[in-house]
Design a protein around this ligand. Sequence first.
Ligand code: GLU
Length: 467
Amino acid sequence: MNSQVHHSGKIVTRFAPSPTGFLHIGGARTALFNALFAKRFGGEFKLRIEDTDRARYSEEAVSAILDGLSWLGLSWDGEPVSQHARAERHVEAVDALVAMGAAFRCYCTAEELETLREQAFKEGRAFRSPWRDGGDAPDLPYTIRFRAPESDVVVNDAVQGEVRWTAKEFDDLVLLRNDGSPTYNLAVVVDDHDMGVTHVIRGDDHLVNAGRQTQIYQALGWDAPQFAHIPLIHGPDGKKLSKRHGALGVEAYRDLGYLPEGLRNYLLRLGWAHGDKELFTDAEMAELFDLDGLGKAPARLDLDKMAHINAFHMKRADDERLCALLWDRIGAREDLRTDDTAKVWVFRAMPVLKDRASTLAELEDQVYFLVRPRPFELSGKAGKALKGDALDRLSRLRVVLSETEDWSEDALGETLQRFAEREEVGFGKVGQPLRAALTGGAPAPDMSFVLAVLGRDEVLARLDDVI
Ligand code: GLU
């Protein structure tokens, strides 16, 4: 289709969420695709808050969306546009449609509408208002409706291909309610036009709206944007994503310990492909994203895949940043050590520990052996490892370690090997009790690494707790 390549002039995309109180994972993906597409072609990515539903509006709900986008690392160009603030402009467009005969005042009552709709349904056609050819009923409340054209509507969607609707399928749509407020399809057309939007990537639940919106664009004599309707995200069970599945907002993924770049990469792959490449840096995303890679099959949430992708980004993440994120998560916990010494250990260990964790939550488990306060409560396995002659052996090892000068990881590895040889036992007979004493049974990397990270004083103290 390559519409993006042939588009002359600047690409402008947008994300147009309704402020529901959180950034839905599906919305986050829509925002990402629009942001990447604009970036790829040197265009602009705009944000419009569809806040016309004043009954449900709140500033917190808007902030939640902005915060979600910021956490995800998506920035928009210019100030966010408030749809509500543009109400006058929407009315102006409707007035223009009325003046050209493309819209009209409809005085039908709710009861009349019901009867007329039923009749239209029985006859297998769309609802047509009896007021569409003019007439006035002063003093009665009215809505302004679009005079639905009698011709087919065709949308060349970048994902769905050519989609056609016959005139029978579209009602005389309300543009302005009887309280003067604009409806969604009208407001979106006017806003997208005024914001210079050239490409609209959004969920395919809006596909039929693209048909309706195209009619309005045509009536106003404006060019419709290039539409790209992407399949909605489904839960792991293949059903449409709902509250039942939990974790609907991006903040839930943040709390589960995903990095924003990990979630970006995962969302990118949820409905877009570049061959079978799975892992993308931000630079690669911005360089490769296109509409042609958008798929038609419903995307299914797969938490294993999300963890796998996030693990790649954990490995690449800066150690200091990971430490800061980790302390944000556990810094207030009273059951853990959060003093400066513990912070030094965690920082030293980070290059190794981050390879062992696919999320920040897993990283918490990985640093536990460093930050758990002494003396440890031993796990069953650790308790067993400290029985029999193990304790005597640890006492002899304590002497050796107290005299070891070279405290580098390599030298410590050799020291432990030599000690096992001298004891005439396999390395396990040294490693297991030592691990039990130094970690209490919590997950930890190689013993020589653990010794090097903790330093002599702490190692000896932990040994003294058990022998
Ligand atoms: N406000 C609409 C929604 O949240 C999006 C409309 C659009 O993208 O055109 O679903």
